[in-house]
Design a protein around this ligand. Structure first.
Ligand code: F6R
Length: 614
């Protein structure tokens, strides 16, 4: 997982690359670098540990005039973060530079063979192996760079999106992809490439997403050329980008995460638009309408996802089982792919991924497809790999999520899963028209209910001061509030580095209750639902052991308000819609605690937005 950028054209090469790297910093930020064929005819490679801003300082005294260039922001996999392991990596003779996102699985075998041929390695990266292999083939076979890249890639096992340049060729960038994303932007006499379209959306709206096994030749003054590894021409499918530049900026907020939390009324409106129609009486999901037989005959649904998307998937299980009476299993994609899954054509597999690029989820999609299951994708990033690899699907339409901790994508995923469950229930007749209309109307009220919840921000900020120095937290919930507890705990861990455990509240007495004392706060999600009386007893159990309680309750609650140390009241909603409402105060709590601790909330340590490696 890393971000790559490339540019060829008459613009300021260095400025365009650096700006692009800043846009891709969500993909990794432990080192960064650029390689440019300079005005002086040299291959100038500048790279350093740390964020892109460190690279800018490092480059301030360097020769930055260039004809083309490639750049990289890294999230280390092979080789610790260091100046040497940073990309671009160069060949031994210094003539070829490469940037790479992905992992070369057979790098050890290739490296040993190259060492036998006298090759010397400077870094510990798998990427250096690839560039040395390209150089070796280029020199040994006396072939062009393009041929050497193709031949090298035929020997490689693994995932890659790469861009390669050469000192002696100031007019060409070669790019290729296998399982890692790569987009090419086509401008007026200029071309861009990047891990996603955000680095070039301000220059051009014309974009080509490279497919697996394709190689692109980006040559100054010539149209884009794409072939496969055997040099057979591939079809070039130009898409028009719908992203706008304002969507990529902070819009007056101090952090992307806070902006994204506060965007939720709007993003949920966008997510619902056109899908709840006739005043709530009808739910319109194209992926269901177009595949009625599949959903009518589904004997089982298997949801695959990772992290926050897995938490949304767990809610999907509750929603689909409650509304559609179809058994649902929820699997971590990383476990599913190695678990010898048993699937057939009457199974529906739903893959959930904000980025649409998570390597494990993508692998799970491919396995499910190969086994004959119908695969449905729920993604945010338009044109990403998962929507392209699935038979049908549904976008959550929440706009680019830049903060590493997922917020608006989570509520968008939960909303889409709710609509999906309702659409299937409508099709199967497992809910009455009146039940659908009642829920449809309530869904239309969700954006304003979320606006109301966001008014709690000042209170949450104040409460966060009380909780900032706790070293461990327990998050408890039952039924629909259990996945919310898991998600609340994950948010806190990710950005404030405080240990937090999400637990089903009733399960607590089988172990975690031993941890409870005055030092460990419990955040208890306890809206008025059919398990309310049960969670009241769980609150009492924590209280009886001297625990401190922060509870999320429904407006007007009395019982828990009397027991808890602090409460946050949220609007009343039907049980299945409470997760969207109750998760928002937890997002705010983790944000403010992390701010109080002085942490970088948008770029937490060791994490990156898109996990395109195993
Ligand atoms: C947590 C978070 C991660 C992602 C996970 C899956 O805030 O963002 O846990 O949810 O890496 O990512 P996607 O949804 O892009 O597949």
């Amino acid at each position: 997982m890393c971000g790559i950028v490339g540019y060829i054209g008459d613009g300021n090469v260095y400025d365009i690359l650096i700006k692009g790297l800043h846009r891709l910093e969500y993909r990794g930020y432990d080192s960064a670098g650029v390689a440019m064929v300079g005005d002086d005819g040299q291959l100038n490679v500048y790279k350093t540990m740390g964020k892109v801003s460190n690279l800018e300082t490092f480059c301030s005294q360097k020769n930055l005039g260039a004809r083309l260039g490639i750049a990289h922001t890294r999230w280390a996999t092979h080789g610790e973060p260091s100046d040497t392991n940073a990309h671009p990596q160069t060949s031994q003779d210094g003539n070829i530079a490469i940037v790479h996102n992905g992992t070369i699985e057979n790098y050890k075998v290739l490296k040993d063979a190259l060492i036998q041929h006298g090759c010397k390695f400077a870094s510990e990266t798998d990427t250096e192996v690839l560039v040395q292999l390209i150089e070796y083939i280029r020199v040994t076979n006396k072939c062009s760079l393009l041929t050497a890249v193709r031949e090298a890639l035929k020997q490689v096992v693994g995932a890659y999106a790469i861009a390669v340049i050469e000192k002696s060729n100031p007019d060409t960038i070669i790019a290729a992809r296998q399982s890692s994303p790569l987009a090419i932007g086509i401008g007026d006499n200029e071309m861009f490439l990047a891990s996603d379209a955000t680095p070039f959306v301000e220059y051009t709206k014309e974009c080509v997403y490279l497919k697996d096994g394709e190689v692109a030749v980006i040559r100054r003054g010539e149209p884009l050329k794409i072939t496969d590894l055997d040099n057979k021409d591939a079809r070039i499918d130009v898409k028009t980008l719908e992203l706008s530049i304002s969507e990529l900026e902070k819009g007056g907020y101090p952090h992307f995460m806070l902006k994204e939390i506060f965007q939720q009324p709007e993003t949920l409106r966008d997510c619902i638009r056109g899908r709840v129609v006739e005043g709530g009486r009808k739910i319109n999901i194209n992926g269901v309408n177009d595949n009625k037989e599949v959903f009518l005959n589904a004997k089982r649904i298997v949801i695959v996802a990772c992290g926050t998307s897995w938490h949304a998937g767990l809610l999907g299980k509750y929603l689909i089982q409650d509304m559609c009476k179809i058994p649902v299993e929820v699997e971590y994609a990383s476990e599913f792919r190695y678990s010898n899954p048993v699937l057939d054509e009457r199974d529906v597999v739903i893959a959930i991924s904000q980025s649409g690029e998570t390597a494990d989820t993508l692998a799970a999609v491919k396995i499910a497809r190969d086994m004959g299951a119908f695969v449905f994708g729920i993604s945010n990033a338009v044109g990403s790999s998962i929507p392209r690899e699935t038979f049908s699907g549904c976008y959550i339409h929440v706009g680019p999520e830049i903060g590493v901790a997922s917020t608006k994508a989570f509520t968008g995923q939960v909303m889409v899963l709710t609509l999906l469950a309702l659409a299937i229930a409508q099709l199967k007749g497992t809910l009455t028209d009146a039940e659908i209309e009642n829920l449809g109307k309530k869904i239309l009220e969700i954006p304003s209910a979320v606006e109301k919840v966001l008014k709690l921000a000042d209170k949450v900020e104040h409460l966060s001061l009380i909780y900032t120095y706790a070293r461990n937290f327990l998050y408890l919930g039952r039924g629909y509030s259990y996945p919310v507890a898991l998600e609340g705990a994950l948010k806190l861990k990710e950005i404030s580095y405080i240990h937090a455990e999400g637990y089903p509240a009733a399960e607590m007495k089988h172990g975690p209750i031993a941890l409870i004392d005055a030092e460990m706060p419990s955040v208890i999600i306890a809206p008025k639902d059919h398990l309310y009386e049960k969670i009241v007893s769980n609150v009492q159990q924590v209280k009886a052991r001297g625990g401190n309680i922060l509870a999320i309750v429904t407006e007007g609650d009395q019982q828990i308000c009397r027991l808890a140390d602090h409460v946050l009241e949220v609007p009343d909603m039907p049980e299945c819609l409470t997760p969207i409402i109750t998760s928002i105060p937890l997002q705010l709590l983790s944000y403010y605690i992390a701010i109080n601790k002085g942490k970088n909330v948008d770029m937490p340590r060791n994490l990156a937005k898109s996990v395109t490696v195993e």
